[in-house]
Design a protein around this ligand. Sequence first.
Ligand SMILES: NC(=O)c1ccc[n+]([C@@H]2O[C@H](COP(=O)([O-])OP(=O)(O)OC[C@H]3O[C@@H](n4cnc5c(N)ncnc54)[C@H](OP(=O)(O)O)[C@@H]3O)[C@@H](O)[C@H]2O)c1
Length: 337
Amino acid sequence: MVAVEKTVRLTIVGFGHVGGGVAEVVMRKHQALKEIYGLDLRIVGIADLKGVTINEKGLSEPEIAKFRAGDESVLAYGMSTEDMIKEVEHELMVEATPTNVVDGEPGVTHIVTALESGRHVVTSNKGPLALHYRRLMELAERRGRELRFEATVGGAMPLISMIRNNLAGNRVISIKGILNGTCNYILTRMGEENLPYEHVLREAQEIGIAESDPTKDVEGVDTAVKLVILANTVFDMDATYRDVKVRGITDITPDALKLAHDAGYAIKLIGDVDHEGRLEVAPRLVPLRDPLNVNGTLNVATIRTDLAGDITVIGKGAGPIEAASAILSDIIGIYAR
Ligand SMILES: NC(=O)c1ccc[n+]([C@@H]2O[C@H](COP(=O)([O-])OP(=O)(O)OC[C@H]3O[C@@H](n4cnc5c(N)ncnc54)[C@H](OP(=O)(O)O)[C@@H]3O)[C@@H](O)[C@H]2O)c1
C-alpha cells in the first residue's frame, strides 16, 4: 500500500474515441491507481466541439455520460476550450483532438496554452509533434512541465518509453516497422484471399477498419508522421513529415503479393528511420519468418541497438482503450517516479 496520496486533476480536450477511452480507463482504474501509485486521478473538465463541462471536485460518471450524450444541462456556458485550459485549476491536460498535418491545429494551440498555463500535457495527437516537435519540447522545458506522447506512435505499443527507459544506455541504430494497421489489414487480406486492392479497401471501410477517406493511411502519410515522431525523439532530428520519402500501398496487386509469397516473402508497408537520417515509408519485401511479418491490423517495430541487438515489439496500434493505455502510462510516468 502506498502511504502518500496525490490528487491529480485532469482535463480532456477532444472527447471522441480516445478522449472517451481515457475517461473510461481513469474511472475503471481509479481505485487501483490509488492503491498502487498513490494517485487520485480526477477529471475536472472535458471539452469538445459541443462545448465544455467542468466540476472542480471531479466529474462523476453520470455527468460525463450526459456530456457525451449532448445533454446541455452539464455545459459551462460561455466557456471556450482555451478558457477551460487556462482558468480551471488542474495539473495535466490530455489532448486528443484530430490529427492535422497541415498546421497541427487545433492541437498546437491547446498544447501551447496548457504548457504556458503550467499544465503537464499528454497527447495522442500526432500533428503537433510531427510539425513542431522541438518548439513544443523547448516550451515544456522552459515551463518546467512534461509533454508526453506515447499514444502517437503504435497505439498501445510501448515504443518511446521502452527506448527511453528500458533500453537506456543503448545507442539506437534503426527502427523499422509496420505503423499503420489499416494498410497491414488491406495487404494481409489481399494476400490471403487473392483479392484486388479496391475490393479489400471497401470491405475494410464497411467494418470500420478504414476511414471513409482512407488517403492518409493508404498513401503512407500516417506512417510517415509516426516515423517523424520517432526520428525526433529517438534520433534527436528536427524533421517534419515533409522530410520523409513516402510511397503508399495503392499500386500493390494480388499478383505481386503472390509472386512475393512464392519466393518466401510478404509485402508490407514499412516505415524505416535510422541514425544516419534515413526517413522512408514504402512497401517492402519482408521474409515470411521475419518478426516484422505480422498480419491483420497489428503493428510491429524492430529496434536495432548496439548493446541489446534487435528488439521487436508487436501490439495493437489503434483503438480507444489501447490509446488510453498509452496515455495512462504517460500520466503515471509523470507522477510515479
Ligand atoms: N483512435 C485511435 O485508435 C487513435 C490511436 C492513437 C492516436 N490517435 C489520435 O488521437 C486523436 C484523437 O483520435 P480519435 O479517434 O479520438 O478522434 P475522434 O473520435 O474524431 O475525436 C476527436 C475529438 O476532438 C474533438 N474536437 C475537434 N476539434 C476540437 C476543438 N477545436 N476543441 C475541442 N475538441 C475538438 C471532436 O469533437 P466533436 O465530437 O464535437 O466533433 C471529437 O470529440 C487523433 O489525433 C488521432 O490521430 C487515435
